[in-house]
Design a protein around this ligand. Sequence first.
Ligand code: CO8
Length: 374
Amino acid sequence: MSQSVVISGTGLWKPENTITNEELVESYNAYADKYNAENEVLITSGEVAAKPHSSAGFIHKASGIKSRYIYKKEGALDINRMMPVIPARPDDALSDQAEIALHAAKKAMAAANKTAQDIDVIIVACAYTQRSYPAIAIEVQGALGIEGFGFDMLVACSAATFGLHRGYEMIKAGTANCVMVINPELTSPQVNYKNRDSHFIFGDVSVATILEKAETATSKHQYEILSTKALTHFSNNIRSNFGYVLNANNGNPLAAEQYFYQFGRKVFKEVCPMAAKHISEHIAKHNLTSDNIKRWWLHQANINMNRLICKMLLDRQPSQEDAPIVLDEFANTASAGSLIAFNLYNEDLESGDSGLICSFGAGYSIGSLVVRKI
Ligand code: CO8
């Protein structure tokens, strides 16, 4: 018999450190001034472009971001470094990413009333893992004392939703009873703090979600997953080239093309209609219209993208209650954004209310789940 699958708990962990737009811009502008002074001759002769200043006002207006969390702040604002300092740990110490995964995992387990014995599978799903193997998921599994199995999966912006899809399918198929999907998004090492186009976009965070059979769920707030829908479409408009072949092609790990970069305008233009179409097709499968969706937990890359997608779906501007925005506090947290919104804004819904979780971005990739409060 096909199982009903519920989200029975989520956990959100945020680092202690923040960087406001003002702090970020002050550091970047001092870096740009230094760069321009050092390269004055080449800039005057036209061989090198001067670095223009960044602006806190632009960042807030263009993205909705006011601040971001950062795992390790030291170094990120140092104009002679422009990169956080994350010291290497010995192989027998817990890795940074497993550590932040565990913070969120424990909160999700408490919210869902689950112990390690209840969980069969750990999926660590995020934009980057800090090493190839052993999997961060298996490290977390070991640290929690969970029997069963774990694996990592990378799907950039849609890692969290695609991870939830896999967990949902395993429980539906009867190969697992309870799956924890964790999104330890340690984005700061891939942010190019020397580039004003992208230095403001990302923040660090960790989110975990527990999925289980409806019949075993005991938590106060449960959401049945009615169905999932995924779409990918290849695009070079958002790239991160850093990878394990770098040593073999004598690449410079600090070159701009090794960090996250994008053609933001193109992304905006192409992804918004794609996401709106995907979402309306998905809810239509359940004979739902936009008016029947009580809450939209959308990917958090840019406030104007979310406004436009909602305008396409609702034909009006969404309120914070319709489609919560967490960008002002968290910035873009790669795949975690829609689940931060879910974690913070789900308890007030009433039994029978429908909602939609959706990610969209790099790949391109779009992943959605139609859910209903139990
Ligand atoms: N300060 C001042 N001016 C600036 C700044 C700045 N910091 N940055 C750019 N400008 C300038 C530009 O140079 C440009 O100047 P000009 O007109 O003279 O050329 C002007 O401002 C306007 O620039 P844009 O056209 O780029 O401005 P937009 O209004 O398009 O806003 C955004 C830029 C905010 C980037 C916007 O395009 C956007 O958000 N697009 C969508 C992006 C998106 O969704 N990306 C997905 C990201 S990928 C993801 O979510 C997960 C990936 C994996 C994680 C990676 C972790 C590191």
